[in-house]
Design a protein around this ligand. Structure first.
Ligand code: PLP
Length: 381
């Protein structure tokens, strides 16, 4: 292999292609105008923002008017949980597999006295649909279910869960965190009842610090951030024009590359290799639940951190559990899957991007196997 690093941590963030960075740069240099200003140059910039919203909307199966740009998906998720429903006394129902930006926000709301119901995951990493429905009642204000788990890659059928929730309580608002699904799975929000959907630019080759929230047409959401009334008063603050316009371009590029990348085949290859050589390995979340871009695996007895450093020496970069929660000792998601502390400590997360090549994957798989065997040999004596 060359000296080029093999990057297998794309669920944490992705590289920005130079062509995308150049699009962003243009809006900080030549076309730096404030889109709310009066002159022609500013109107041109404003139209670019509208165009970006339409393009992101198209990728989500929605219209531009349904898109609110935010500073990141963490903000989109916080916005949804804070402002995404009128029934301010109603209960909130979330899955136990939510990203911290939903989970901690829900805990925050709970500490203010609200009834927040957390629905456990099944061993395959998906939320238990029956328990989710049992938690929903006539007083449920909002339900939030992550579309693709950032920790295990498990895919929840957000559209189906939304339908079942609304069959039980048609006033309940349905939000899904789509950060790890966007541009990877086919999403057609308008054909579902999903009311709110969060995405992030830096997971699809866009800039860090840019996100969006899809808000279903006719859904009159109060703002979370107030001020100058930008974006139809849904989110104040001068828009990050370069970040937003380049987000649209990055997402389109990512989607076109993803169409030619067989993530499921790569995922299956890795699982088969690992299982055939390391029979004690545990695939976290079922390999059958549709997972493709994210593979979480535990090697009990081994420290994931040590393994990650060994692979780094070989030029391979991987993640542990989730990049956003490396300081958390026992992962909340792993606990629900029944993993012991030891199994969590021995877990790594490999996450793919359409830029990964077959050669990279083969090399990484063989180095992974060698490193685990070496560590296991040391431990078992
Ligand atoms: N939701 C999920 C599923 C994520 O994986 C992440 C980031 O890792 C976020 C939300 C937060 O995204 P951002 O970094 O844009 O705040």
């Amino acid at each position: 292999m060359s000296d080029k690093l093999i990057y297998l941590d794309s669920a944490a963030t992705t590289a920005v292609d130079k062509s995308i960075a150049e699009i962003a740069l243009k809006y900080y240099t030549d076309d730096f105008y404030n889109p709310s200003s009066l002159y022609k140059q500013a109107h041109v910039v404003k139209r670019q923002l509208e165009d970006a919203a339409a393009r992101i909307g198209r990728l989500l199966g929605a219209d531009g008017g349904d898109i609110v740009f935010t500073s990141c998906a963490t903000e989109s998720n916080n916005y949804a949980l804070e402002c995404g429903y009128k029934n301010k006394k109603g209960n909130l129902v979330i899955s136990g597999g939510e990203h911290a930006s939903v989970y901690e926000k829900a805990m925050n709301i709970k500490s203010g006295g609200r009834d927040v119901r957390i629905v456990p995951l099944k061993p395959d990493g998906r939320v238990d649909g029956e328990k989710l429905l049992a938690a929903v009642d006539e007083n449920t204000a909002l339900v939030s279910v992550i579309h693709v788990s950032n920790e295990t890659g498990a895919i929840n059928d957000a559209a189906d869960l939304c339908k079942r929730v609304k069959d039980k309580n048609k006033r309940a608002v349905f939000h899904s965190d789509g950060v790890q699904a966007f541009c990877k799975l086919n999403i057609d929000l308008q054909s579902t009842g999903i009311d709110l959907y969060s995405v992030s630019a830096h997971k699809v080759g866009g800039l860090k610090g840019v996100g969006a929230l899809y808000v279903k047409k006719g859904f009159n959401m109060k703002p979370f951030i107030v001020g100058g009334g930008q974006q139809g008063n849904r989110r104040s603050g001068t828009e990050n024009v370069g970040g937003i316009v380049s987000f649209a371009a990055a997402a389109e590029l990512y989607k076109s590359k993803a169409a030619c990348f067989n993530a499921k085949a790569v995922y299956n290859y890795l699982v088969t290799q690992i299982k055939s050589e390391l029979d004690y390995a545990i695939i976290n979340g079922s390999a059958d639940s549709g997972n493709c871009y994210i593979l979480s695996v535990s090697f009990p007895g081994i420290k994931g951190e040590v393994l990650a450093h060994m692979l780094e020496e070989k030029g391979i970069l991987i993640g542990l559990g989730s990049a956003c929660s490396t300081h958390v000792k026992q992962s909340r998601v792993h606990l629900q899957l029944g993993l012991s502390q030891k199994e969590t400590e021995g877990s790594i997360r490999i996450s793919l991007s359409p830029d990964n090549t077959v050669d990279e994957i083969k090399y990484a798989a063989s180095e992974l196997m060698a490193a685990v065997k070496k560590l296991k040999g040391i431990i078992d004596g």
